[in-house]
Design a binder for this molecule. Sequence first.
Ligand code: LLP
Length: 434
Amino acid sequence: MKLFGNLKVRENELYLGKFSMTELAEKFDTPLYIIDEDYFVERCEKYKEKFKSDKFESHIIYASKALLNLYIAKLVGKQDLHMDAVSGGELYTIIKAGFNPKKIYFHGNNKLIQELNFALDNEIGTIVIDNKKEYENLDKLIKEKGKKQRVLLRINPGIDAHTHEYIATSKNDSKFGLSIFDDGTISFIEEISKNQNFDFAGLHAHIGSQVFAEDSFFKEADRVIEYAKKLEERLGIKIEELNLGGGFGIYYTEEDSPFKLGKFLESYAENIKTSLEKNKLDVKIISIEPGRSLIANAGHTLYKACSVKETYSGKNYIFIDGGMTDNIRPALYGAKYEAAITNKMNDKDEVVYTLAGKCCESGDVIIKDIKLPKVDDEDLILVSSTGAYGYSMASNYNQIEKPAMIAVSDEAKLIVRRETYEDLIRNDIGDVLE
Ligand code: LLP
């Protein structure tokens, strides 16, 4: 298992900073989401330090869908990043954390009226319009409230980013945004830019997630910049901001070949600068929206091996105390992870196991066929790099409580408490049958 951030091995045992996994499990119980706070902060700093240029101001927008709770939102605020949201619930969480609403970008292909209302009432800095109907809804609400709203338009630049079909967003049949190949998009932009209720600031695009091809990002930037130039020329408008989205791929297992982040960000910024110069376009702000790339390798899940079962066919299962309810990614996308038995870090890998969860579902598998040292009941297993889209996509299937989450730095702090049985029936109305 690759040791990211502050994960270390001492005397055959896995530590995060000064805390052993055994200690953390004893104090907080398992399954447990563990955030390596200092490593998350280090990644934020790297983005700020490396993605910059003398040609534009850069906004690093944390894509909160990767992992969001009050503590994470506060941490992002402290790092002075911007943040995106795609629902009223995400907006609410971010605002409740005291994050500056002016630094929020509100995305989504189908923002509900109540969500738009909520965004306007809370003075969200930028709303990213997805389609005509949304624009009309927003226009009506803005008029009623007598406000003016800064907006970007989500466009689809038609770049094939070669990622999993479920997380590719820029093919021509994608549900997101409006195609740059459609003439109607230009007339629509003209309409928005002439509407006094709107401050039309520019464009947004996002080509997909867990993308490794640097080239796809460069191509996307070129296409968006060329399109922005075309808009300025045809419509006589000024584009203030281009938001190029996120999707920067990370390491989960040896099958992944992520780029070197610092180098990539420098050359990305350089490429954008060159493209702006080539197109003779001056844009004040260039934004990017990493989610996974900031948090995935800074988050891990600690499980207990409750029992080992060998099937009649000879397959060895480790039954862990969590599973698809705390991490749906393997079941949903065939996502792969690495893991280690945290009290046997230097022992020889000798048995091939499948890490299975506790749901009534054969597909409830976190890792298929991983070679590990021989497991004993009560051993602890850390599945690494689960920081993105684990907790945020967790469910209560089989009425299983969501795990607790801790942030580890100089201290280990509980930041999300473990759900209880009581939490599971909190919204049920018990007297309907009486
Ligand atoms: N910006 C927009 C508009 C997005 O839709 C997304 C992700 C991001 C930024 C951040 O992408 P990232 O840097 O995290 O790759 N549940 C899937 C990933 C879905 C991504 C959705 N949009 C997974 O678990 O792999």
